[in-house]
Write a protein that binds this ligand. Sequence first.
Ligand code: IMO
Ligand code: MG
Length: 428
Amino acid sequence: MPTVVVVGSQWGDEGKGKITDYLALEADVVVRYQGGPNAGHTVVVNDEVFQLHLLPSGILYPEKLSVIGNGVVVDPEVLVDEIQRLQARGRDTGGLRISARAHLIMPYHRILDALQEESMGERKIGTTLKGVGPAYMDKSARVGIRVGDLLEPDVFTQRLESNLRDKNRVFKYVYGKQTLDAQPIIESYLQAGKFLKPYITDTAVLVNKAIRQGKKVLFEGAQGTLLDLDHGTYPYVTSSHPVAGGACIGAGVGPTKIDEIIGVVKAYTSRVGDGPFPTELLDETGDWIRETGHEYGVTTGRPRRIGWLDLMMINYAAVLNGLTGIALTRLDVLCGLDKVKVAYAYKRDGQVITEFPASFKELAECEPVYEEFSGWPEIDPAAKSLDDLHPNARRFVEFISHKTGLEPAIVSLGRGREESLTLRDLFQ
Ligand code: IMO
Ligand code: MG
């Protein structure tokens, strides 16, 4: 039975929350597999807006299982707050399951994130300051503390004290900052552990069992391909693996168990944080798209950098993820523009480049080669086929398919759940 991975094909903020929520209607289980509270997923249900950071977007369907997999880094304070906020809005969170193997973001990770950024000055990454990078660093260094440790006070206390000895040395001698006391951290984390206990389990067992039973499992990507630690625009990336392969590691399922991999593609490009951006629009059109599309970070409130759609990037994402289709979002935001451009190649030193460059210096020197389209005045939110779209919008969609070799499986027609056009049933 089908399992579907939804992945970001750009630099994050492609509309993964909306697409996941829409596909979750049919799924039995929704799994977040990597990243942490650096994600900001917006879901609109009957005009009610939900902004999720750690909770999988499936959480808005009470009867489904929503899994936070082992690959996610969990800040218990953020998670408890998110659960309580949903409960206060009358939402049932009983379907949540959290991997005992997921690593914890600790208070010192958040502080280190800020200190590292500060000390890099001009060369800073522009992180979300949620402690995500330092938490993954500790995981790789094999000194991380895991969600399951919250349920074993002795183990938690011993690991925390040992970590804190090291971190406090760094705070004091490297950065000349105040050290942290263990006790308040122990108290607040064990308290959060009590609250989270009913949700904590071995989620890999659960997800594999669901797959064996023929249930429909949806893997919800966070961040995007170009933010991947290995494949993204390093060093301006996150510290984990948003690509589809990350779903296997971060949820504990074998690669042979994945059937469909859908890349979410926004009709234009956005990026938060620093780093090269070939199709960036530093003009009024960029400002107009930012305002019309409310392109401000859900997690940090930062204005997002805006540019035209870049198919060099999408083709790169298609290969790295092994995409089987795309979900096109935010065509509606571009309504009313006279002209819409799409980059389909780069030029560097007068030469056409056909592969996305590995070096960020090279990428910064690339000039996009554009195809220009006449704009479309509107997108019918109730369109039932591509033929119902304005001819100019249809040409834009067809050009994307032509240049990527990928058909859209879903076209988003607006923010709401129902404003979506399905062209292929992914769970068939
Ligand atoms: P969603 O899931 C957009 C970016 C940050 C920064 C870099 C590293 O909403 O698409 P980090 O805090 O992860 O160490 O920051 O990655 N970044 C995102 N940008 N959307 C996201 O998530 C992001 N998560 C991280 O802005 O450039
Ligand atoms: Mg975001």
